[in-house]
Design a protein around this ligand. Structure first.
Ligand code: FE2
Length: 403
């Protein structure tokens, strides 16, 4: 497979476009295929504080599907439902339930990014297409990644430029602004504080992790950021392995999990069992600058988080403080009692610490969930929490009869 010959090329001067078409500017959006986009939009707005910002549906001339753009900080989710049985979203929802279909990247030129990815060995999901009106254009093209997931490359011009979209400008042709929703006013006054997608995790089949690691290296020119084996991530009963892939500029981190042999079923196998034995996105980690206030707000809205065993808090401070002292890093400044009362997980490494907490599945199937994460120096993923966390997850799995 091709390496990345263009990656170190100099740009031609100030204002020059990226030398490498696969330079990613941002996560343009994450598209979910859901059974009922209108209701899903309200769920994510009420529970997680997203603004229901724009909609494309029958009222805007979108005859085949309804799309809701949800925003918070620099996070953009699109909820898409088919309006007929033949629409791909309807067919996929029947197979997999609600979940992530597309992790879309903003690039300078979607066509060039697509061509480069295909030259690097990508399979085509859909060919480049441009939507335009008198105010600007949006060009998108898609490649396939693991299982049912695709990566779209999106380039924007005029009114549809991403900086404009971030300021509330139009997302794509055929979207209209949603006006007068009480939940949007409420969310402006009671912020959940979610800023951007910190990482996005895929579950693949046993033995396939390295295949997808090579895909991200060769096709999207990512590199490996961290690696955890089954000794890091195991309990008495189950295990998994994980490698974290990162884009060239570190913008997006995409850990890839595969199950490892254990006495009982691992969480990755449970996911695959309920996802038509098809790889997909397991969780999105959403970044906050203030874990305690975000979790307080989210709990107040009824978000269902994993329950952390009380014994966790008997050991956590010893573990975390020892690590921070060893590396001469400042101690955890957040109130320890509040961390325990809110059931938040803490971990530390040589760069600092992080606070994190995981929701229960966001739909009836035990598939997609969110992580709410705050980093204070640590760039890791909570390795020290894996054991405590997976024991909590196994308790939930056994309640579902899936362990
Ligand atoms: Fe995570």
């Amino acid at each position: 497979m091709a390496s990345a010959p263009g990656i170190a090329k100099q740009t031609a001067g100030q204002g020059a476009r990226a030398a490498n078409p696969l330079d990613l500017i941002d996560v343009d959006h994450v598209r979910f295929y859901v059974g009922n986009a209108k209701q899903a939009a309200f769920f994510y707005a009420h529970c997680f504080g997203f603004q229901i910002e724009q909609v494309a549906d029958l009222t805007t001339g979108s005859r085949d599907a309804a799309h809701y753009l949800l925003t918070q900080g620099n996070i953009r989710f699109v909820m898409t439902s088919g309006l007929s049985a033949e629409h791909p979203a309807s067919m996929e929802v029947a197979l997999y339930g609600d979940g992530v279909k597309d992790v879309a990247f903003t690039v300078f030129d979607a066509e060039k990014a697509f061509e480069q990815a295909v030259r690097n060995g990508a399979q085509v999901a859909y060919e480049p297409r441009t939507m335009r009106d008198e105010t600007g254009t949006v060009t998108a093209a898609g490649i396939r990644t693991y299982g049912r997931v695709v990566h779209s490359f999106v380039s924007r011009s005029g009114a549809y430029d991403l900086t404009n979209v971030k300021r509330g400008g139009p997302f794509m042709p055929r979207y209209r602004k949603v006006e007068g929703l009480n939940v949007n006013d409420y969310n402006r006054r009671h912020a959940c504080g979610l800023k951007f997608v910190d990482h996005l995790v895929g579950n693949v089949e046993m033995g396939k992790m390295n295949h997808w690691v090579a895909f991200y290296e060769n096709v999207l020119e990512f590199s490996m950021f961290k690696h955890f084996d089954d000794k890091d991530i195991s309990t008495e009963y189950s295990a998994l392995m994980s490698k974290v892939m990162a884009s060239g500029n570190g913008l997006i981190k995409m850990p890839i999990n595969e199950p490892a042999p254990g006495k009982r079923k691992s969480q990755v196998e449970e996911y695959l069992d309920w996802h038509q034995n098809t790889p997909g996105v397991q969780h999105l980690a959403l970044r906050t600058d203030d874990e305690l206030s975000s979790i307080t707000e989210l709990r107040g809205r009824g978000v269902d988080f994993l329950t952390i065993p009380p014994a966790y808090y008997e050991r956590v401070w010893d573990r975390v403080n020892t690590t921070l002292q060893k590396h001469d890093k400042p101690p955890v400044k957040e109130d320890h009692e509040k961390i325990r009362d809110l059931g938040i997980l803490v971990d530390a490494d040589d760069e600092g610490y992080l606070l994190q907490l995981f929701t229960k599945p966001l739909q009836d199937r035990p598939t997609l969930f969110f992580e709410i994460i705050c980093r204070r120096g640590s760039q890791s993923f909570g390795k020290g929490n894996f054991k405590a966390l997976f024991e909590a997850l196994e308790l939930e799995q056994s309640k579902r009869g899936n362990l």
